[in-house]
Design a binder for this molecule. Structure first.
Ligand SMILES: NC(=O)c1ccc[n+]([C@@H]2O[C@H](COP(=O)([O-])OP(=O)(O)OC[C@H]3O[C@@H](n4cnc5c(N)ncnc54)[C@H](O)[C@@H]3O)[C@@H](O)[C@H]2O)c1
Length: 346
């Protein structure tokens, strides 16, 4: 049985907790939280933008720690799962690695490239794996698209457009703070930056136009350039000032003999989807049936992959710390491109 300690029981700590209950051979054996109410198992004030609201949880048999330094030195634990705010990620990764624990950290790996490199180096030095919770490739529509691409049956990948736009999250006071959350690119677009890196490799250049708030990019459109000039990739990402559609994401992915299309939007009154479709070169419209499109399913798949990797010692390509670092490099280049008005080489 793989034993996990979760650091931070907020929205993500709760979602990870729920996901662990569905993964065989793994148990949450400890939690670490500075909030006394949450440390006692009262998680009723947790409410995110998906998944069920928090509940009162019976923590008997589970070690509870106020200080991360104590949890990482718990000899019974194999893996530390970091669900802390991003500004704490580097500190927590270093503490876990130095204590010899395997590390699984929520996205973003860190708030800047320098800290990402320090995090990867700390784990390499300690001889432990660093995995980063980039869940998007495990969301059912995205997972299906990845598998269709990998099958090769539609020919080579030619490009795509990736969209992730939200309304202004006025309830998140640190959202635009570069030292705490990092703004829409680092917090939100990072999902697509990571996916683009995963599907197409590292872009050679980015060219972005956008708007800023106190020198932090709030919205941008980007063209990504690759060594192969036939690869055409773009994204639209960030915050726009309307409150009627809190969240939308989706993609159009182009292959030699097919196009895949998907979009979901959460409106203030309901959620609406343009379900995943494959449009083939000969005019067919294929509508695949996906078993379970609940976002929680993505976290179950992600945590299965992370824990399986720890058990077997086979690294996960998707969750690799180096890929999470590249995603930050891409976001930083996009930000630089918006602020300078120039194309940025990577
Ligand atoms: N993958 C996704 O879709 C997704 C969605 C939301 C958030 N996230 C990421 O998850 C991470 C956490 O975000 P969240 O929304 O759960 O935050 P949150 O603020 O809801 O929860 C953070 C928790 O950490 C606790 N905490 C803070 N400092 C601590 C410390 N030093 N020791 C112990 N506990 C401490 C807080 O009391 C709080 O309960 C962030 O990196 C965020 O980007 C990912």
């Amino acid at each position: 049985m793989l034993k996990v300690g979760i650091a931070g029981i907020g929205f993500m700590g709760w979602i990870h907790w729920l996901a662990y209950q569905k993964v065989p051979g793994v148990m949450v054996a400890a939690i670490c939280e500075t909030d006394e109410k949450r440390l006692s198992g009262d998680w009723t004030d947790i409410q995110g933008n998906f998944g069920p609201p928090g509940e009162k949880v019976d923590l008997s048999g589970i070690a509870t720690y106020h200080d991360l330094a104590d949890m990482v030195n718990d000899d019974s634990l194999d893996l530390i799962d970091i669900c802390l705010p991003p500004s704490f990620h580097l500190m927590a990764i270093e503490a876990a690695a130095n204590a010899g624990k395997q590390v699984f950290c929520e996205k973003p790996l860190a708030l800047n490239l320098h800290d990402c490199d320090l995090a990867n180096q700390a784990c390499q030095r300690a001889g432990v794996a660093l995995q980063v919770g980039h869940v998007l490739p495990f969301f059912p529509e995205y997972e299906f698209a990845r598998q269709e691409i990998a099958s090769g049956k539609h020919g080579a990948l030619l490009g795509g457009h990736f969209k992730r736009v939200i309304s202004d999250p006025t309830w998140l006071k640190d959202f635009y703070d570069p030292l705490k959350v990092g703004g829409p690119l680092i917090d939100l677009h990072i999902h697509d930056a990571h996916l683009i890196r995963l599907l197409f490799g590292m872009p050679r250049q980015v060219s972005s136009t956008g708007r800023t708030r106190n020198s932090v990019v709030s919205y941008c459109n980007t063209i990504f350039g690759f060594d192969d000039p036939k690869i055409c990739v773009s994204s639209m990402s960030g915050v726009i000032d309307q409150q009627g559609r809190p969240f939308t994401h989706g993609f159009e992915i182009h292959l030699e003999r097919a196009t895949m299309h998907f979009e979901f939007a959460g409106f203030s009154d309901t959620g609406e989807s343009m379900p995943l479709k494959i449009l083939t070169a000969d005019g067919e419209v294929i509508r695949p049936t996906l078993d379970n499109t609940d976002p929680l399913q993505g976290f179950i798949s992600e945590i299965s992959e992370a824990t399986q990797s720890v058990k077997t010692g086979h690294p996960s390509e998707i969750l690799a710390g180096e890929l999470a670092r590249d995603a930050i490099e891409i976001c930083q280049a996009q930000s630089e491109s918006v602020l300078s008005g120039k194309t940025i080489e990577l």
